[in-house]
Design a protein around this ligand. Sequence first.
Ligand SMILES: Cc1ncc(C[n+]2csc(CCOP(=O)(O)OP(=O)(O)O)c2C)c(N)n1
Ligand code: SF4
Ligand SMILES: [Mg+2]
Length: 295
Amino acid sequence: MTITIHDLRKLPGSYMPGSAACPGCGATLAFRLVSRALGPNTVYIVPACCFSVIQAPYPKSAISAPLYNIAFAAAAATASGVYRAYKTVNKDVNVVVWAGDGGTVDIGIQALSGAAERKEDIIYVCYDNEAYMNTGIQRSGATPLKAWTKTTPAGKREMPKDMPMILAAHRVPYVATASVGYPFDLVNKFEKAKNIRGFKYIHILSPCPPGWDFPVEKTAEVGKLAVDTYFWPLYEIEDGKLRITVKPRKRPLKEFIRLQGRFRTITDEEIDELEKIVMEKWQFLEHLEKSERVF
Ligand SMILES: Cc1ncc(C[n+]2csc(CCOP(=O)(O)OP(=O)(O)O)c2C)c(N)n1
Ligand code: SF4
Ligand SMILES: [Mg+2]
């Protein structure tokens, strides 16, 4: 089934109003969409991140679904145990890790890799705001080249890890990228993932107004431009076969970069260099799309 705007309005989500999230939070928007696509038969496992604050403090707890808050490094291992416990009592439940990029590409990578290798029947979601935001904007392994954070005051010097491809190399049944700027692409990937058995990994670009330094009303625009400038390609890898799911609208990378204060130190020449890297990756994805299998 393909979810349309009419379906989305009717689907009950698990996000309640009056939360502690910042205005314009892309991660929150992502959660609203995902919880609608997955439905009420879902349990979330959340390591330390902005969502621990959004979900936890009474009386502002924002999530109405069952949720287990767990130590930073342990989310994928916990989800494995929770899924097996439900299975023991014959309950079929979507068990979902909802983790930030720090909790995924850095401290949580060991448990994540283990769960993927064991092909645990869970959905692991990385909502990627490209830094450690909850502790005040420090760089992570997902922070892009040249981005300002409090620990990269002159701009980050390294490229981010390509986490979806790292997971694809585990040969799990489903890997996908998503962006809050393309909500129907996002919800339909979850609609598909919940019906696939085995390990599923979905990596959502989630713009963060205070961390990326852009006006709060521009979250969807930033998420859309990330895709349309080729900065954040949207694809899925199902049983090893890659498919690009959204064709970018061919906007110059500069439009995405200059909307955000975190790239304040980048020069026009450096944007051109970054655009070259981004386009090389795009061409590689087009090449992979023509291949039988990615791995
Ligand atoms: C072992 C451990 N180290 C450090 C922390 C402090 N801490 C809490 S949330 C967080 C940042 C998480 O970053 P990310 O996973 O990207 O999620 P975000 O805050 O960006 O939503 C850190 C460092 C912790 N809770 N546990
Ligand atoms: S810091 Fe960013 S990710 Fe965290 S709640 Fe605020 S907008 Fe959302
Ligand atoms: Mg983060």
